[in-house]
Design a protein around this ligand. Structure first.
Ligand code: FE2
Length: 465
């Protein structure tokens, strides 16, 4: 398949050993490195794990391409003012700060001037650890309004999980094409080169980058063999190549939190055939089979885990990607919104569309919130009053909306950009977020086990009408 006829066909199955060829017979048969690769191609291995990783975890792909990736000019550092090299805090030259405060951001402002592509519109918001020791993660947002042209990007630092919020992403990768729209996600493994085009114009979204391991499907335990994200719904691109050597192509590499660029006279998307299990993929979040309580109580959000990046401690994630999808709420005698809690994990949340059930206002599509390790949070006063007094009939929650969470066992540091209250084009950090809990009243009455808050709240609700 050449560039003139983009191929958005997909191979199905999470983590499978996939194989695809854009020219019939391009894939060597029965071996990876024949003396002569069909059609005069070069063989190149892309390793996602150490050569000696256990078979069940081993990831690699073989790419059969027109020119090997090594044909390029030396790396040169290029400005990267929106990224950080270190999440360390507490020094005069620190790029980040730490705060246990509950934080909430208004929708991240799109660029006020043209010419900002996916790479240069990427802003690091928070993170922990560092890629040089393969430990930690970074959370970015991208705010872009221009296609990447004659260029490609890859991260040596980690695997990217990309969550578009506004605008589709037309992603050309070495492995083929992916079209990813809001309500879908894609994962681009470490090292895979890609270019992002914006068919819908100005675009915004969130990125979770993990510096070690890979995103995996969570264990299902007592749920059984089915449910949550099903493996067959993960889609991998089919091979597509461009045989072009008419331009100077720029490849930008994110390496230890900095950008470096190289140049080459041939198109980097020249892979005619590939096989392996280390490849980019996408997933439609609307295919998530939601499991929840059908009797009583609000269960923990781990039941909504789409993908997880495990740590070395069993059951503890470097980061989970969790969604809060449309679903029926049926629990009886239950406070249905999220309970008040203090979590040993850090919770970064974003909203794709609609409204979120724990907040009456202020948490908007394209914005975000962060509730850090052991920092208390929960429903705001208005939500508590409503959920404590409403009649508990079954209802469909957020039928057209979707919220998500990056939940991590690490403690996040915030970049200076993230802690700015104003940006050109709009507001960012909400200074008064904490006030949403200020209206929570004391209802305790040792002489009245049935409580009096319900009636008071009902009266207040009636008074507002
Ligand atoms: Fe929470």
């Amino acid at each position: 398949m050449t560039a003139d006829t983009k191929n958005y066909s997909y191979l199905s199955g999470f983590g499978n050993q996939h194989a695809s060829e854009a020219l019939q017979g391009a894939l060597p048969v029965g071996q990876n490195t024949p003396q002569k690769v069909p059609y005069g191609l070069y063989a190149e291995q892309l390793s996602g794990t150490a050569f000696t990783a256990p078979r069940a975890e081993n990831q690699r792909s073989w790419l059969y391409r027109i020119k090997p990736s090594v044909c390029h000019t030396p790396f040169q550092q290029t400005p990267s003012p929106n990224l950080v090299r270190s999440f360390a805090t507490g020094r005069a030259d620190s790029e980040c700060e730490s705060t246990p405060n509950q934080l909430r951001w208004s929708p991240f402002p799109l660029p006020t001037h043209g010419g900002v592509d996916f790479v240069h519109g990427m802003h690091t918001l928070a993170g922990a650890g560092q890629p040089s020791v393969r430990n930690g993660l970074a959370i970015h947002v991208y705010l872009a309004n221009q296609d990447m042209h004659a260029s490609a990007f890859y991260s040596s630092d980690g695997e990217f999980l990309i969550v578009p919020q506004q605008g589709r992403l037309d992603i050309q990768t070495e492995f083929g094409h992916l079209m990813v729209e809001p309500n879908e996600i894609c994962v681009i493994p470490r090292g895979v080169r890609y270019a992002v085009r914006l068919p819908d114009g100005p675009s915004r979204g969130y990125i979770l980058e993990v510096f070690d391991r890979h995103f995996e499907l969570p264990e299902l335990g007592p749920i059984g063999a089915n449910g949550l994200a099903n493996a067959r719904d993960f889609l991998y691109p089919t091979a597509a190549y461009e045989d072009k050597d008419d331009l100077e192509y720029t490849i930008i590499n994110k390496y230890q939190g900095q950008l470096f660029s190289i140049h080459q006279p041939h198109c980097p998307f020249d892979v005619v055939a590939w096989h392996g299990n280390f490849a980019p993929y996408k997933y439609d979040l609307r295919r998530f089979c939601t499991v929840n309580a059908v009797s009583f109580d609000h269960l923990d959000p781990s039941i909504f885990t789409v993908l997880t990046a495990r740590s070395s401690t069993p059951g503890v994630a470097i980061a989970d990607f969790v969604i809060f999808p449309p679903r029926w709420m049926v629990a009886e005698n239950t406070f249905r919104p999220p309970y008040y809690h203090r979590n040993c994990m850090s919770e970064f949340m974003g909203l794709i569309s609609g409204v979120y059930d724990a907040k009456a206002e202020g948490f908007l599509p394209g914005g975000a919130s962060l509730h850090s390790t052991m920092s208390a949070h929960g429903p705001d006063a208005a939500t508590f009053a409503k959920a404590s007094t409403e009649d508990l009939k079954p209802f469909k929650l957020r039928p057209d909306g979707l919220a998500f969470m990056f939940e991590t066992s690490l403690m996040l540091s915030l970049t200076k950009w993230a802690l700015q209250k104003d940006q050109p084009g709009g507001k960012m950090l909400q200074a008064n977020y904490y006030e949403c809990w200020g209206g929570l009243k004391k209802y305790f009455d040792p002489k009245n086990r049935d409580g009096r808050w319900g009636e008071e709240s009902k009266a207040e609700q009636a008074g507002k009408k």
